[in-house]
Ligand binder design. Sequence first.
Ligand code: MTE
Length: 336
Amino acid sequence: MPKKPLIIIPPKNQIAPSEITSESTYLNRRQLMTSLLGGALIGGPLISHAAPSQLTDENPGGPAWLKEKLLAAKPAQPTSESITPYNHVTQYNNFYEFGTAKTDPAKTAHRLKPDPWRVSINGAVDKPGQYFLDDLLKGIDFEERIYRLRCVEAWSMVIPWVGFSLSEILKKAQPNSSAKYVAFTTLLDKEQMPEQGNRLSTINWPYQEGLRIDEAMHPLCILAVGLYGKVLPNQNGAPLRLVVPWKYGFKSIKSIVAITLMEKQPITSWNVLAPKEYGFFANVNPQVDHPRWSQAKERRLPNSLLKPNIVPTQIYNGYGEEVASLYGSLDLKKHF
Ligand code: MTE
């Protein structure tokens, strides 16, 4: 995260136009698939989310069980918003375990081995356990969710995730009455995540995040396993990452290995590092500025010098109707 705001404008020629899956191509593809199936769930090995030419260079590897489940994901409702092209979503990343430059994760995250992957669910639950990801996801149907992602650094994207509500996994573990918060932990392994071995790194690894239990149980809060209908690329947090669309992006922790139900508010990485700058709640709020820059507007990717694409930031990132009731009369300036 920034010691100063990392507002980096990518050079115009950074991504070849031929590599970009445009919003219209993607939506046409989705529409075609939906109409082919009369709007029913998409299924069957013959139906692909990607045109054949894209499968070789764009489609990340991944276990067969996951690809099969991704193909069966329920499509999202159409959106009028422009979806951020695939190559921007996967080449402009914050994943500090792989470096601090936006382009580092796409270059070095191939060191991460997302399969097989173990996840433990523990703490204040009646059914704790450690699972291989395929076992954990048995019986859980995937769906597509197109969400805005608003980074605290004042840039944003619109991303078609594939995943499922976090509540489905939490319910399986049966939280008990002392479960007031949920803590999430990223893999700790400096062989796979080279920056964890960098003694100059300011983050106390592993990356940790947390939510209040009611936030975690909210239907908009998802665990993502894919994007653009494909297996989640490593740089986006494979194989399992949180997506909380009404909060700043740093809450959406990547490559999760542990989910811990707790009575007390958990420690979170950025809050520990700079408590005056990054709060526990981190709800998107144009009226509460970061101490070093305004949060009133955001730079919607892709953009360029000629087309800066600055748009106003919305309270709760535009999801206020769904989530504002979680916060009642909470003083959002104090609990930023
Ligand atoms: N999770 C881990 N483990 N490590 C990180 O550095 N960065 C966060 C969040 N999750 C981060 C993380 C930040 S600051 C943002 S904005 C989002 O991931 C970016 O997600 P994206 O790269 O998929 O756009």
